[in-house]
Design a protein around this ligand. Structure first.
Ligand code: CIZ
Length: 329
């Protein structure tokens, strides 16, 4: 026997699965007007969430939007650390993460204790922490970076000795771009990107030999070595524009990005790099937020990001220092 699932929280809520998409969209549009809310969505979100957002982008772009918005509410369709960053940069606003399950394995790989341990092992190093980290870890770091500015951030530092956390692949890529620095790299990875191997990418390339390969710097070194362009997701939009004569692109990042690319460049072909034949690079956390979550988030004002004042102050210092550095390229 099949059962219709309903959610227990929230009185008078209709069955979760019974609200047609057009109705959800109408509710979301009404609520964002009534509540003066801005909807931010990461480039990896599901297409219908990207389409309803006021702004889409990478972590850096969305952090800038969060900092400058005059909306009363920020509904952040992304993962937990991104909504935290919005709160840190604009602490007077109420920030909601529509699905509390949307975490990040990479951010989970570093805790304040493990960072302390690394700092003890590498005294005198400037700590550069990727934005994929908790607010507590950011608060113990000297400066943050995103995939859009990591090279510029490290290059901008007055010190030669750098401890880069937590993404090993991004850290190693940055170290190769900035050889004048001694970069010690923490041992965390994004499993979505780390799963891709050069042999798989080469197979896709053999099938599409004219294609330009664009890879995210969270990919492994052997993958990045094959790429014609290495950049953040928003950087990928600029990268395509730099190749006006190319018709086909192989995209080595979470497959949500293909929606943005196809929207912006409908006359080009975008092929996802895959780990095994037909398996796109897929982040389960980035796919947890649907229109229903966004609707109930706005309607019931959940799940609100609440952070300790001292943590906000510490993390904000590291984020603001980062924001003074321009994007790479
Ligand atoms: O910087 C980000 O938002 C991440 C995690 C990926 C990207 O390049 O957008």
């Amino acid at each position: 026997m099949t059962q219709t699932l309903t959610y227990a929280v929230g009185e008078g809520r209709p069955p979760y699965s019974d609200i047609p998409q057009a109705e959800l969209i109408a509710h979301i549009n009404r609520l964002r007007r009534e509540k003066n809310a801005v909807i931010l969505a990461h480039n990896y979100q599901v297409p219908e969430v990207q389409d309803i957002a006021d702004f889409t982008g990478d972590s850096l772009g969305l952090a800038l939007e969060a900092r400058r918005t005059d909306a009363d509410i920020i509904a952040f369709c992304g993962v937990h650390f991104m909504a935290e960053s919005a709160k840190i940069l604009n602490p007077k606003k109420r920030v909601f993460l529509p699905n509390l399950g949307a975490g990040c394995s990479l951010a989970d790989s570093i805790t304040p204790e493990s960072l302390d341990d690394w700092k003890e092992r590498y005294p005198g190093h400037t700590v550069v922490t990727y934005i994929n980290s908790t607010a507590e870890v950011k608060a113990e770091s000297d400066i943050c970076c995103t995939s859009a500015n990591a090279v510029s951030v490290v290059r901008s530092l007055p010190d030669a000795r750098v401890l880069f956390t937590p993404d090993r692949n991004l850290g190693n890529w940055v170290a190769r771009q900035v050889p004048e620095k001694q970069v010690v790299v923490y041992d965390g990875v994004c499993p979505t990107h780390d799963v891709l191997r050069s042999a798989s990418l080469e197979r896709t390339w053999r099938e599409n030999p004219e294609a330009v390969i664009i890879a995210h710097p969270e990919c492994r070194e052997d993958v990045v070595a094959l790429a014609h362009e290495v950049c953040s997701t928003t950087g990928m939009l600029d990268a395509v524009a730099r190749h006006p004569h190319a018709r086909t692109f192989i995209i080595a990042t979470e497959h949500g990005m293909l929606h943005q690319l196809r929207r912006r460049f409908p006359d080009r072909q975008f092929i996802p790099a895959d780990g095994c034949i037909g398996c796109r690079l897929h982040c389960p956390y980035m796919k947890m937020t649907g229109l229903q979550d966004l609707y109930f988030s706005l309607a019931e004002e959940r799940y609100e990001i609440v952070l300790d004042r001292d943590v906000i102050a510490g993390a904000r210092r590291a984020l603001e220092r980062m924001m003074a550095v321009p994007r790479d390229r």
